[in-house]
Write a protein that binds this ligand. Sequence first.
Ligand code: UD1
Length: 340
Amino acid sequence: MNKEKGKILITGGLGFIGSHTVVELQNEGFEVVIIDDLSNSKIEVLDGITSITGIKPEFVQLDLKVKQKVTEFFKNHQIEGVIHFAASKAVGESVEQPLKYYENNISTLVYLLQEMAKNEVNRFIFSSSCTVYGQADELPITEKAPIKLAESPYGNTKQIGEEIINDTTRVGNLQAIALRYFNPIGAHKSVKIGELPIGVPQNLIPFVTQTAAGIRQELSVFGDDYPTHDGTAVRDYIHVVDLAKAHIAALKRLISGENKEKMEFFNVGTGKGSSVLDVIKAFEKVSNKKLNYKIVGRREGDITSAYADTSFANKELGWQTKLDLEDALASAWKWQLKQK
Ligand code: UD1
């Protein structure tokens, strides 16, 4: 489809969201080149992608912090657009090691944008996060909600990242879209790719599936005294395949020139809020297993409630989610069972 124009560069393409996006891009006929440093991913993911789509994507193992390597990469590849997933994402670690996060998430972004400008690569999609809104004053959250002071260096890298890209679009030919993800969960229906948390998972769904699988003894539910329908915190859990498809819609918008601003921001969620107890109930239903859990105190830095107003993304990107919480949890469970 786009062969004559060049490939789509997916940084972090062996990670959780990156790998699912590579699959959707290949399904749509795009030629893809993956950059990944394997710091939080496994090379086997490449086989998973290849066996789903029948096409082995080009893979370059490269550390984006080494600017010379980024320069060489762009010299040797004709790139039509970049989807930038590569980043560190552990909130707690970012508090302990802020400079690691600013180097991994900010220096690399700057290098990429510099090399893109030099090589006239002008389409950029950025993995942002609903974390930029903090605890929003109004729910559901629209893209017009104010950006709140970041709770962690990780969250700050997403805010600063958006600003860096926005400033860059003001002076050159760059066209960019920031996708603000809500809570991505689930796995591909083939169960050949999914989430691979290293060590003890910090996020809810991998902790739930590992507990059900007997790897963890018990899930701690962080707080039941929030002002929500059942006292537990509410999030917008989106199936990773639906999320991946939002990237295709965003890329097509940039390629066809339908974007209305040089930088645009979209919420990518389902629009539906689910509490921790809602998630547990839905998981028990789809897995037919009782989950061992107990209520403990709140986790520091957690917000009460976040779910997206998706109307802007639905209208402008022509994109909407097709899968629901039960679909996502069922796929996460199937994936977990395959890991044993
Ligand atoms: C977390 C990050 C957020 C990041 C996102 C990426 C924090 C404070 N926030 O969001 O910045 O963008 O991951 O996916 O880490 N929960 C439990 N028990 C657990 C784990 C989680 O009850 O063992 C609860 C949490 O309190 C929260 C919900 O489950 O209410 C979802 O938690 P999680 O999956 O960590 O996502 P976020 O906190 O929304």
